[in-house]
Design a binder for this molecule. Structure first.
Ligand SMILES: [Mg+2]
Length: 284
């Protein structure tokens, strides 16, 4: 098994999205407090997050995603009798602008991708999420500058296809970069989407980005675990070592098989046997 292809998740793998969310929510709350001084912004944020977790965008795709989220802010404000659709939209725009303004790679990612490219690895980002939100994130970190291939799960959904962990999205990536699943690995932070997805697609393996040192699960089992994505070159070095050992074992087994076959067919007589069969000049 030679791994020559790497698929990457985006959020909390190549970019620490959760970290960027915190200051963005803080800016959104500060704006809410400015516009509505009476508001309990902590309670408003909790009410927003509860609604967001349940339905982060319009399941019917009729309401534009920023407006949908503005409506969630408005409902959260309404819990305190302070509904204001215009302010709610302002709050959502503030969140988006703050987050996109700071949305950047984990330190060392562009350099690592350049090194992997120089070492002839084929690569593709496979990211789940709402199509517009994910494309905005990819634009913000200028993903197309360093990745030739990108698949957005939300685009798949619009075409009627499932996103991660379905095997189909990984097989699409294989077609895109021209590799076979057994030559590819997937790197991501989500056990249910990334690690399970690699298993579903029968990839060569998976690398779990376990940033917070969470306890390893019983299933799905990642092939390798790292704390930060930039540890990937060490994993690839291990994989190269493993494939060299596998190749050496295949060669040894093939040689042993050939020797056994030739001996059993009488096609090859070991040197010492021939000497024994040779008539002795001192006989008779
Ligand atoms: Mg992720």
């Amino acid at each position: 098994m030679v791994v020559d292809t790497i698929f990457f998740d985006l959020d909390d793998t190549l970019v620490l999205t959760s970290d960027h969310d915190k200051p963005s929510f803080a800016a959104a709350c500060a704006l809410a407090k400015e516009r509505k001084p009476a508001i309990d912004d902590v309670a408003m944020l909790a009410a927003f997050k509860k609604r967001f977790s349940a339905t982060p965008w319009d399941p019917d795709y009729k309401v534009e995603v920023a407006q949908w989220r503005a409506n969630l802010w408005n409902e959260a404000m309404q819990e305190q009798g302070l509904a204001d659709p215009d302010v709610a939209l302002e709050i959502q725009n503030c969140f988006d602008q703050t987050r996109m303004g700071i949305f950047t790679w984990v330190e060392g990612v562009p350099e690592m991708i350049a090194q992997l490219k120089a070492a002839n690895y084929k690569m593709c980002i496979i990211t789940n999420g709402h199509h517009k939100v994910q494309h905005d994130k990819l634009d913000a970190c200028k993903a197309a500058d360093i990745f030739e291939h990108i698949i957005v799960g939300g685009d798949e959904v619009l075409e009627g296809n499932p996103e991660k962990p379905a095997a189909s999205i990984f097989l699409k990536a294989c077609q895109m970069v021209r590799c076979t699943p057994e030559n590819a690995i997937h790197v991501g932070d989500s056990l249910s989407s990334d690690i399970q997805g690699a298993i579903n697609a029968s990839l060569a393996g998976s690398v779990w980005v376990n940033r917070k040192n969470a306890e390893a699960p019983e299933a799905p089992v990642p092939t390798y675990t790292v704390q930060v994505v930039t540890e990937l070159p060490e994993v690839l070095a291990k994989l190269r070592g493993k494939s060299k050992v596998q190749l050496a074992m295949v060669v040894v087994v093939a040689v042993l098989f050939l020797v056994k076959f030739r001996l059993s067919e009488g096609l090859w007589t070991p040197h010492f046997s021939r000497r024994q069969k040779k008539p002795s000049p001192f006989r008779g």
